[in-house]
Design a binder for this molecule. Sequence first.
Ligand SMILES: Nc1ncnc2c1ncn2[C@@H]1O[C@H](COP(=O)(O)OP(=O)(O)OP(=O)(O)O)[C@@H](O)[C@H]1O
Length: 328
Amino acid sequence: MIRARGLTRSFKVKRERVEAVRGLDIDVEPGQLVAFLGPNGAGKSTCLRMLTTLLPPTSGTATVAGCDIAADPAGVRARIGYVGQRSGAGENFRVRDELVNQGRCYGMSRAQARRRADEVLETLDLVPMARRTPSTLSGGQRRRLDIALGLVHRPPLLFLDEPTTGLDPHSRASVWEYILRLREHYGTTLFLTTHYLEEADTMAERVVVIDGGRVIADGTADRLKRDFAGDLVSVVSVEPADAVDLAAVADTAARMFGAGQVATGNGGRVEVRVPRADAALPALLRVLEGAGVTTAAAETARPTLDDVFLALTGRSLEESERAEEAAA
Ligand SMILES: Nc1ncnc2c1ncn2[C@@H]1O[C@H](COP(=O)(O)OP(=O)(O)OP(=O)(O)O)[C@@H](O)[C@H]1O
């Protein structure tokens, strides 16, 4: 459904050159739900805008829904839907008329466009809002209208740029319900961007992590966690922090388990990342006991996609988002 090779885009800002996307290679099979995950400015929207023909690449090639983005952009546009970050709906027409107008833009007859508008209103549970103007809708309803607008011409492939950003948790869950429904009922291929880690984790079958314009990881959330993060085992000793050499204990543990990350911290805490916590915890406790450390508490945690991002980049995606929000 999508095949991109070496897709690159740079911008000139004043005298500086911004490399927004640096050589994107990606293949997406029909029916897949792919989440593009990355921090602000990673290059997600620029990738989407190139794949949807809204922005020409500086170099590279891509075929989307069977059409080449450079040679046949009209063919691409006829076969895809695109829901951008900003709402595509106007303010003057009623919801149903917006959808009918959209159908007409895609060359449908008035009767066809009306029929199709009614179908998408039904699919996205917008029938009660059909006679209202978009400005009277809630954030979540409006987002559903945006998705409906992207679906009027029955595209087999739908791009969504941050479909849930700015929505409250209830509306986010509802938008996801409709996204998943599209896939289940119509087999729509879905390619979306998000910076919500839990969404990418629980909803997408494939997560493509992008940072600094480059894909740095690509796979199922479970696979990425297994390959790049591992389970976290934390053990707290009862000894005062300086009574035992916890760093030496942690080093021993790391050698035993091939641990990815080891940390010893305040309050006599030893943390190791291991492929399997259930196997490592008893052995770690034995190592600690052998070193004369009495354990007060031990716990294990499955990794998150933020742990994957941290392992790959040395930065926490969640923390960088919080810092940006605080600065804004
Ligand atoms: N039209 C433009 N002119 C100049 N620079 C741009 C333009 N569009 C994007 N950029 C720059 O390209 C880089 C990637 O931006 P992009 O919008 O693709 O990131 P993103 O991952 O979608 O971020 P966000 O999550 O904030 O939407 C950023 O450094 C951005 O400032």
